[in-house]
Design a protein around this ligand. Structure first.
Ligand SMILES: NC(=O)c1ccc[n+]([C@@H]2O[C@H](COP(=O)([O-])OP(=O)(O)OC[C@H]3O[C@@H](n4cnc5c(N)ncnc54)[C@H](OP(=O)(O)O)[C@@H]3O)[C@@H](O)[C@H]2O)c1
Length: 243
């Protein structure tokens, strides 16, 4: 796929990893739908940054826990920017909850946002994804699906891997569906970015450093441009998954 001129929806694109992916897509000439949940001001800044690079972008709100808002989101993006041909499932929650503390509410909320929303987005936009030629779905996952720690997060990200492979088969041959499993890129959102790194317990891999936002964006762009990779997990984790 040539990303130039394609409409790309990035969920949770107001800040952090999602913002950097939206900027990379804008830089590649995509018309970027910057989705946000609560970070409206930051989402506006993401759009301004894309405009300042000469790109096209707009913000779209949806609570991904609510299926009706997911349908409205895909319709609004199509009306304003055109059919979505690239979907990047970046939005996620990551509660510090173990087996003992896991509640039904916490379990359901993780499933709704981390797994059900990517399924519903794919289902509602399947005709848009193939409107012109091939479509792409890329989900942000975590190397820790191999060894889950946080309870509901780990289970829902493992299920997301299953969804990636199932969608890759269900939507073949027109849509390629892949995921990028990240190692440590940024400290969790509840830790201030200015806190010294050596005070934060970060699980580093053989690379012995955190990954950069550019390294994540490069993997995403490779998956967009390559039409022969589908159902795949690309680990961008400095080798952490093999340690
Ligand atoms: N950061 C890392 O080092 C790392 C490591 C491994 C995997 N990952 C994966 O990479 C992705 C991005 O990581 P991140 O750390 O940048 O994520 P994050 O900051 O924890 O969350 C990204 C966005 O998800 C959105 N979101 C959460 N619940 C939502 C809801 N109900 N409705 C709409 N949006 C919702 C939030 O948007 P609003 O702020 O607008 O509400 C939030 O900004 C995630 O899928 C994560 O699992 C990241």
């Amino acid at each position: 796929m040539d990303p130039n001129g394609k409409v790309a929806l990035v969920t949770g694109a107001a800040r952090r990893v999602g913002r950097s992916l939206a900027l990379a897509l804008g830089d590649a000439g995509c018309r970027v739908a910057v989705h946000y949940g609560s970070s409206q001001k930051d989402a506006g800044e993401t759009v301004s940054l894309i405009h300042s690079m000469g790109g096209e972008a707009a913000i779209f709100h949806a609570d991904l826990e609510d299926p009706s808002q997911i349908e409205s989101l895909t319709n609004s993006v199509a009306e304003q920017l055109g059919p979505i041909e690239i979907l990047v499932n970046n939005a996620s929650i990551f509660d510090k909850v173990g087996l003992e503390d896991a509640s039904v509410e916490n379990w359901d909320r993780h499933f709704a946002i981390n797994t059900r929303a990517p399924f519903l987005l794919a289902q509602t936009m399947q005709h848009q994804l193939t409107a012109n030629s091939t479509g792409k779905i890329i989900s942000l996952n975590d190397w820790r699906t191999a060894r889950p720690t946080r309870f509901a997060y780990g289970v829902t990200k493992s299920a997301l891997s299953g969804l990636t492979r199932t969608l890759a088969l269900s939507m073949a041959p027109h849509v390629q569906v892949n995921e990028i499993a990240l190692g440590a890129i940024l400290p969790p959102a509840d830790i201030p970015l200015d806190r010294p790194r050596d005070e934060i317990k970060i699980d580093l891999g053989p690379a012995d450093r955190m990954g950069t936002l550019n390294e994540v964006a490069d993997a995403m762009m490779m998956l967009i441009k390559n039409d022969f990779i589908t159902g795949e997990t690309i680990n961008v984790d400095g080798g952490r998954h093999i340690q």
